[in-house]
Write a protein that binds this ligand. Structure first.
Ligand code: ADP
Ligand code: MG
Length: 224
């Protein structure tokens, strides 16, 4: 057993992913098969089963599209981009979803900061962070995005007023498929970390003194 533990600790990221994918896809498939067999046997309540089956299929769709995103190599799409305009795009995109929960997204960007990056990938990082912030809040409130310069980094804080993260779970964030959500995929933070790595950036997670948590990303600042 000891040897097995050492081995599983050494499982490569690819291995962990493969095991996770197999598990995440097998469960919905098993359930789909079960419901099809029930329907084939001529049960009533078909409508209810169809709904569950569609949910399961949607879950597999989400997982596969997020995985496709990871498997895409980072092509040479790096350009000089402004953090301000990327944050603005992301706020525009997620405002409706926040609005449904009476959450206001505010920002304070104290300058025009440039980073050399793949715009769609850094937007994906910000989208994943703001989505998590929205999902963590079950009361109306504010998500604040604050960008500033710290040493050689453009630093962007996404500050929410959500439930926060239990201390003992912090080290699990970023593990493939780790989720505490009913419909989560547990791939969002891993994708963030992979993209940041390719940009010589970093992710830091902190609990707020008041309610909620702060997810901080750091990207090398391009001075012009
Ligand atoms: P998913 O959102 O699909 O669950 P993520 O990788 O994006 O996957 O997040 C993993 C887990 O990290 C979440 O299920 C949640 O428990 C925790 N988490 C992420 N962001 C926050 C946040 N802003 N506040 C509280 N918990 C968070
Ligand atoms: Mg997420």
């Amino acid at each position: 057993a000891e040897e097995m533990m050492v081995r599983s600790e050494k499982m490569s990221v690819a291995g962990q992913l493969a095991a996770g994918i197999a598990h995440e896809i097998r469960n919905p498939l098993t359930s789909l098969k079960g419901f099809l067999q029930l329907i084939q046997a001529g049960v009533s309540r078909k409508e209810e089963y169809y709904k569950i089956m569609i949910d399961e299929i949607e879950k597999m769709e989400t997982i596969t599209s997020e995985l496709l995103f990871i498997s895409k190599p980072l092509t040479d799409n790096k350009r000089v981009e402004s953090i301000d305009s990327m944050v603005e795009d992301v706020i525009t995109l997620l405002k409706p979803q926040a609005g449904l929960k009476n959450i206001e997204i505010t920002r304070n960007i104290s300058g025009n900061y440039s980073v050399f990056c793949d715009r769609s990938q850094i937007k994906q990082v910000l989208i994943n962070l703001v989505k998590n912030a929205i999902e963590a809040m079950d009361e109306p409130g504010e998500i604040h995005i604050h960008a500033f310069i710290q040493k050689q980094y453009v630093t962007v804080d996404v500050i929410d007023q959500g439930a926060g993260i239990p201390e003992e779970l912090i080290h699990k964030l970023g593990e493939p498929f780790f989720t505490t959500k009913q419909n989560g995929t547990g791939l969002g933070i891993m994708i963030i970390q992979q993209i940041l790595e390719k940009h010589d950036g970093e992710l830091e997670i902190q609990q707020n003194e008041s309610k909620g948590s702060t997810f901080r990303i750091k990207l090398p600042h391009m001075e012009q």
